[in-house]
Design a protein around this ligand. Structure first.
Ligand SMILES: NC(=O)c1ccc[n+]([C@@H]2O[C@H](COP(=O)([O-])OP(=O)(O)OC[C@H]3O[C@@H](n4cnc5c(N)ncnc54)[C@H](O)[C@@H]3O)[C@@H](O)[C@H]2O)c1
Ligand SMILES: O=P(O)(O)OC[C@H](O)CO
Length: 355
């Protein structure tokens, strides 16, 4: 008996949503994509192009786009939500009347909601109360995924059906889907790395070298893991694709929007100019503010996030901030091996001995 193709709905007509819709269609799924822009819908259905977000890429003709949420969600077994964090809850609310508890809902969005410091899968949970909820995150520059460059990602969920279904719908010979049950850690990794990608873009524009980039990325990983542990995530997740993997690609590539915002700032543009020139969402701009405020409130040591916040929102020149960061505490390399407190104590003793 032949199996029916899986019915997949993608909410969002941006670059990542479009790339994922095409993968699912390549895998033989029945795919519908929801967009609010009628002209783009027409273009996708007529020309198999998304000239606004993925201009150079031919979309699988089996992807059917629509502005009609009811039509897109009708019969969908898997729903991928690829909407920027600012509009995420609003779109899930629009979708809610057409969703049912049998469906699998997966967020692909790497951002944080200001109210309550909520991650996107928590919003899916709050708005629906469903059990089949997951997060897709990893080193996944949409345009490379669309070009079928060999890529890997992570599906994170404590629901094994969600993990297995996403692996079968999206996994193919150029896109590998690894599984995790640390949904919170995977999702936090995806959101946090955007902060450091802005800093890396800025460092590149300022002509800083490869040693600097390596230091920045490695200390970013230490900072992200420190924050994650304080929030109750498993720090081991940060050794995987959704942690260090995504950090590497986003801090290294001018295809990253966050990196590009940082680069523009490093060239001397204002934040408003940098964001406007990008014309798309760089989630890290908002995330740095939220994470910095939370770190402040909870006494978590995050010098890089603090420094970037000062550059972005308090007009501190990036070079001056880099200098200040180099004069900060010389602490432990890997805090899970040698604690920051042990390093501090040794330095205090050394200072006393020197007196
Ligand atoms: N682009 C990537 O390389 C990539 C890769 C992995 C994950 N992501 C994550 O996926 C999320 C979505 O990314 P993307 O690149 O597909 O998005 P995008 O920024 O390219 O586009 C977002 C889409 O959402 C739509 N949208 C925005 N506000 C809306 C609203 N109020 N109502 C309805 N639609 C709205 C836009 O019209 C657009 O179609 C991002 O937040 C990002 O963190 C992106
Ligand atoms: O373009 P960015 O900076 O949103 O990054 C895209 C993806 O998150 C990379 O994995």
């Amino acid at each position: 008996m032949s199996q029916q193709p899986t019915r997949v709905a993608v909410l969002g007509g941006g670059s990542f949503g479009t790339a994922l819709a095409s993968i699912a269609a390549d895998n033989g799924c029945t795919v519908r994509q929801w967009l609010r822009d009628a002209a783009l819908v027409e273009e996708i259905n007529r020309d198999q192009r998304n000239s606004r977000y993925l201009p150079d890429y031919a979309i699988n003709p089996a992807v059917h786009a629509s502005t009609d949420m009811a039509e897109v969600l009708d019969g969908a077994e898997l729903v991928l939500v690829a909407i920027p964090s600012k509009a995420f809850r609003e779109v899930v609310r629009q979708a809610r009347p057409y969703l049912n508890a049998e469906q699998i809902l997966v967020s692909t969005t790497k951002g944080i909601q200001q109210e309550g410091f909520k991650l996107m899968s928590q919003i899916l949970e709050e708005e629906t109360g469903f059990v089949h909820i997951g997060v897709l995150s990893g080193p996944n520059l949409a345009s490379e995924v669309a070009q079928k460059q060999l890529t890997a990602t992570v599906i994170a969920s404590d629901d094994d059906l969600t993990r297995a279904r996403v692996q079968s719908v999206l996994g193919c010979d150029y896109f590998r889907v690894y599984a995790s049950n640390d949904r919170y850690g995977v999702e936090l990794g995806g959101a946090l790395k955007n902060i450091y990608a802005i800093a890396a873009g800025m460092a590149a524009a300022l002509g800083m070298g490869e040693n600097t980039r390596s230091m920045l990325m490695t200390r970013a990983l230490a900072e992200m893991s420190r924050f994650a542990v304080e929030q109750g995530a498993n720090p081991m997740t940060f050794l995987g694709l959704a942690g260090v993997g995504d950090l590497i690609v986003t801090c290294s590539s001018s295809l990253s929007r966050n990196y590009r915002v940082g680069y523009a700032l490093g060239e001397g543009r204002t934040l408003d100019e940098a964001v406007e020139a990008l014309g798309q969402v760089a989630e890290g701009v908002n995330t740095v503010r939220l994470v910095r405020d939370k770190a402040h409130a909870e006494g978590i040591y995050m010098p890089l996030a603090e420094g970037l916040y000062q550059v972005l929102f308090n007009d501190v020149p990036a070079r001056q901030m880099a200098k200040m960061l180099m004069q900060g505490e010389q602490s432990s390399d890997v805090e899970f091996i040698l604690s920051r407190e042990d390093v501090k104590q040794a330095r205090r003793r050394e200072a006393q001995d020197g007196d």
